[in-house]
Design a protein around this ligand. Structure first.
Ligand code: ASP
Length: 326
């Protein structure tokens, strides 16, 4: 008999509307979620616990760090083969990526949720949970880091993004695709990751901001991050990693003040690369001290930076670490 621990954190999968058309709120206990499964995967013993009962938009970094600690504690038990975390979809890719970065164990850690709440007749939660449990005992998912199982698809935490506000097939790994799928109760894994380095931290830095750049936006908010002494900033910049005029000067000022500025892209696919010059092409941004983050999406780059800053490392070390993780 194999054993999976199911940790419930809330989200739509654990939500209901008290009255028709009224607000939807998390409140369904973990054991009720398991009772709702249409078919329980055979030969798998389930341990279940409630960790939080919140929409994932209301979670914060200390809570999610604590969740990763709980995952590690459970996986240290040799009788537990893998973990399923039920979680709101809004920030699921972020919690999953944080688990990918800091959970020490090699055993599968599978996140899942629902787009249609537990009170809907066609809620997608029960099937997702059953499939996630199957993934959590799959030998092919050992050593793959954290993953999201949703609507039959398995996606690597580092690559996946919520792409649609309401459809059940919302999770996609743009340009890369799923790493596997669950079909008729069987788990198929098609590709394995090339690199995983676990980072060990006793907290997460909560002072990293993220700014979405638009045509002609000013660097005023970036400058304000320095005034506020924030720990770091991620810019969701244009295309290959370019910004409107004025950003390079501000990046240089923040970098000299010891505040790292990471350049990610607003594009869903591809890598940032310092190509263009003048004010504030990517080449100029890197010369000013900006740290390019390859193919990492802005929200993931923010988490990597938050973990690195918690370790107290300096900007050159952060730049080196980004080279490895991108
Ligand atoms: N829409 C979200 C969900 O699917 C709400 C949340 O993230 O908690 O769960």
């Amino acid at each position: 008999m194999r054993t999976v621990a199911v940790i419930a954190t809330g989200g739509t999968i654990a939500s209901n509307a008290a009255a028709t058309g009224g607000p939807v709120n998390a409140g369904v206990a973990a054991y009720v979620l398991l009772d709702s499964l249409h078919e329980r995967p055979e030969g798998i013993d389930l341990k279940v616990e409630d960790f939080e009962v919140k929409g994932s938009y209301a979670l914060d970094l200390p809570t999610v760090h604590r969740l990763c600690g709980r995952i590690d504690a459970l996986l240290a038990d040799p009788t537990i083969d893998g973990i399923v975390v039920t979680h709101g979809t809004d920030t699921m890719e972020e919690t999953a990526y944080l688990a990918d970065l800091i959970v020490k164990s090699d055993k599968p850690v599978i996140f899942t949720g629902a787009q249609r709440h537990a009170g809907m007749p066609d809620t997608d939660g029960p099937r997702n949970i059953a499939d996630a449990i199957r993934c959590a005992v799959s030998p092919d998912l050992i050593g793959q880091g954290a993953a999201i199982l949703f609507e039959g698809e398995i996606h690597a935490a580092r690559e996946v993004t919520k792409t649609h506000t309401s459809r059940v097939d919302t999770f996609r790994s743009a340009g890369l695709g799923k790493i596997g799928e669950v079909d008729a109760g069987n788990v198929y894994v098609y590709r394995r990751r090339a690199f995983r380095e676990v980072l060990s931290v006793d907290h997460i830095d909560e002072g990293v901001e993220m700014l979405l750049l638009g045509l002609g936006t000013s660097p005023a908010l970036l400058d304000y991050c320095q005034t506020l002494r924030r720990s770091g900033v991620v810019l969701a910049a244009f295309g290959r990693g370019n910004a409107p005029q004025g950003f390079a000067v501000s990046i240089q000022r923040l970098t000299e003040a010891g505040i790292p500025v990471v350049i990610a892209s607003r594009c869903a696919e591809g890598r940032v690369l310092p190509v263009y010059g003048k004010d504030s092409g990517g080449r100029t941004l890197i010369d000013a001290g900006g740290i390019f983050c390859g193919s990492l999406q802005p929200v993931k780059a923010r988490l990597l930076l938050s973990v690195l800053l918690a370790d107290g490392v300096d900007i050159p070390t952060i730049r080196e670490a980004f080279q490895k993780h991108i």
